[in-house]
Ligand binder design. Structure first.
Ligand code: WTA
Length: 646
């Protein structure tokens, strides 16, 4: 854990009280909610009434540590809760999704429209043989069809596995194979800064070696030329034109799988995090309504991609379960100009904005003149997620975007937690820039020492969750042992988050970042092992070690130390070639910023790579403790070679 960063954070003493006007209209106005939620199971049982159940559950929680069943015996359908129950009432003509394309095209789907398209697409999937329990992989840009595809799967009880559109063909293939998906839903391409990213071509490459896929449904988005394989590939719009709009929602068990979402861990192989239906829907609906203070009139915009958990929980399932109007934007924030985000806020009168610290730091770098040139008076609440926010970025967000009127909810959670776990409640929680404040009602988060004992206030340690929660992951797909060993083995019965944190004397939590071999690049998780395996796959590479290096905008960037095979010459262009190799194996998000060649890697006498030393070298710091190093000359050589570059 980085002590300097921690000390800097804890010197942050500014406190922002919720504005009186906000408090008076807030969905949660009294701290009594925390006391009420001390009876955790009763609290969650009450929250379950937010949903419509086909059959009521009998037991709130069956905890066979570390395996949980929530709302045992209940039957429901996630898509039904997001659509049908709204369509029965006045919300049928309310905007569900407002879509803004990168090129400025736009489209509004009311709840009725969305209900119709989802039902039709569920029928298309059925006609392709998709049944309850079958897995469907979704590889789409940020277009309404992504939400439609997810909800259509949910309607049939077929778990989806969304793969972020920026992942490479190989990464897509691995995820299809792990899930043994039957159908793949993709698009011809996606619009990216005026160009086109070739999704279908990637999908074709991925399918060479992904035998479980029987059919591919292709959404036409860019109109570019793609090859369609007869008998396997069909166009979305053609299939939809013949599909019936009637498709009853399949009742599923509360514990039936809603989706798999792959995330990076400490090995080279991504984990398929499994979320089920009942507890997850209760968790995301409750948190979304209370944390974002959702009102019927709000225009809610979460800038995440549906390929990440934030898109699943807080673009699709949480907001739509709550009948919200959700804005979806296809493109990049600087296209055609650096005021694009603020132009969109102005155009649609966005009232709630949920984004990432990386994005905020980027806008900060571009300058306040962009937001200042637009009318942002519609905003009333701001949120952040994905990585620790530095107080400077927090203050900038507060001042230039929130114009000092809007509370900021800094929300801490993970793919595995499914729902927000620590956060302010904007009407009642005093805010400290850089702190995700306190656990959500009914959630027990703690900071513990290496023996799993809670540390006193004012100290740091490992961040854990010590009681089960409704939206928790249930297992790792196909690998329950990995579920147990990754999350529950360090201290039995306690969930280890992989993060380090400190809690201060007021009981506020300060998350410091990962303490495992995971790098958080722009809020995206990358396993050091994944990048290392990609590099070692290159014919010239003998050995590789990756670390996360501090980065002003991205939070962390990947830096790689590479040992070449005997006899390999470091030629011009080799660094670029290796970076491109990682992009091809995983995707551009994993591309190292720096590659350092070294004759050897610094290792302990037992052969463990000393990443801490590599981090010091990459960041140009004086070296920490080197006493356990087997061969000191290795580090000296590295230092001499790279001291100037870092
Ligand atoms: C980090 C994203 C500090 C953390 C929802 C966590 C945060 C990882 C915050 C999960 C926050 C997320 N403050 N750190 N508000 N939110 N993180 O699975 O390290 O993509 O473990 O889920 O992001 O990333 P994931």
């Amino acid at each position: 854990m980085e002590e300097e960063k921690l000390e800097a954070l804890l010197q942050e003493t500014r406190v922002f009280q919720a504005p009186e006007g906000f408090r008076q209209q807030a969905n949660v106005q009294s701290t009594a909610v925390y006391a009420e939620a001390e009876n955790r199971l009763e609290f969650w049982a009450k929250q379950a009434d937010r949903l419509e159940w086909f059959e009521r559950w009998s037991t709130v929680l069956e905890w066979n540590s570390p395996f949980a069943k929530w709302f045992v015996g209940g039957k429901l359908n996630a898509a039904y809760n997001c659509l049908d129950r709204h369509v029965k009432g006045w919300r049928r003509n309310k905007a569900a999704i407002i879509f803004e394309g990168e090129n400025g095209d736009s489209r509004v789907l009311t709840y009725q429209d969305l209900h119709r398209e989802v039902s039709q697409f569920a029928n298309v999937l059925k006609s392709l043989g998709v049944q309850k329990g079958d897995r469907v992989t979704i590889y789409l840009p940020m277009i309404p069809e992504a939400a439609i595809a997810m909800l259509a799967c949910a309607r049939l009880g077929a778990p989806h596995s969304v793969v972020f559109g920026g992942f490479s063909a190989e990464a897509l293939r691995d995820r299809i194979n792990d899930a043994q998906a039957k159908v793949l839903i993709t698009a011809d391409g996606s619009n990216r800064r005026g160009g086109v990213y070739p999704l279908k071509a990637n999908a074709d490459a991925a399918l060479n070696g992904a035998g479980s896929i029987e059919h591919v449904v292709v959404v036409q988005r860019t109109g570019g030329q793609v090859s369609m394989q007869a008998g396997r590939d069909i166009w979305y719009h053609e299939a939809m034109s013949n599909a019936s709009v009637v498709c009853p929602a399949e009742p599923v068990d509360a514990e039936d799988m809603l989706y798999i979402l792959y995330t990076s861990g400490t090995t080279g192989k991504p984990k398929g995090v499994v979320h089920t239906t009942g507890g997850y829907m209760v968790g995301v609906s409750a948190t979304h309504e209370m944390i974002f203070d959702l009102k019927e009139e709000d225009v809610y915009w979460c800038t995440a991609d549906v390929g990440w958990v934030t898109g699943h929980s807080y673009i699709v399932y949480g907001p739509l379960a709550n009948g919200a109007t959700v804005l979806m934007y296809e493109g990049t924030p600087d296209y055609p100009a650096k005021d694009r985000m603020w132009q969109i806020v102005e155009k649609y009168r966005v009232s709630i904005l949920y984004t990432a610290p990386t994005a905020i730091r980027t806008y900060m770098k571009w300058g306040a003149k962009y937001p200042e040139s637009r009318d942002l008076s519609s905003l009333r609440l701001l949120g952040t997620v994905g990585e620790p926010i530095n107080p400077e970025a927090w203050i900038w967000y507060h001042k230039y975007i929130g114009r000092e009127r809007c509370p900021i909810v800094d929300t801490w959670w993970q793919t595995e937690t499914g729902m927000i776990m620590m956060t302010p409640l904007p009407g009642i929680t005093a805010l400290k820039p850089g702190s995700a404040t306190v656990p959500f009602p009914g959630i027990k988060v703690e900071v513990v020492d290496k023996d799993g004992k809670p540390v006193p206030k004012g100290s740091g340690g490992y961040l854990v969750v010590s009681e089960p929660w409704p939206a928790m992951l249930r297992t790792v797909y196909g690998d329950p042992d990995r579920y147990v060993s990754t999350y529950w083995n360090r201290w039995p019965g306690i969930y280890f988050t992989g993060d380090g944190a400190k809690w201060d004397t007021d009981g506020y939590f300060w998350v410091l970042g990962r303490v495992d071999d995971v790098i958080n690049v722009s809020g995206h998780r990358i396993g050091t092992m994944e990048v290392e395996s990609a590099l070692v796959d290159h014919p010239y590479v003998a050995e590789a070690a990756c670390i996360g290096k501090n980065h002003e905008i991205k939070g962390q960037a990947v830096a790689a130390f590479v040992t070449l095979k005997e006899g390999t010459e470091v030629k011009d262009g080799l660094v670029e070639e290796m970076k491109a190799h990682v992009t091809a194996k995983i995707g551009a998000i994993a591309r190292p910023d720096d590659i350092f060649f070294t004759a050897e890697l610094p290792k302990t006498r037992s052969g463990k790579i000393m990443r801490r030393l590599l981090r010091d070298i990459a960041e140009g710091r004086t070296l920490g403790d080197t006493t356990t190093l087997a061969d000191a000359s290795v580090v000296n050589a590295l230092k001499e070679k790279y001291a100037d570059e870092a």
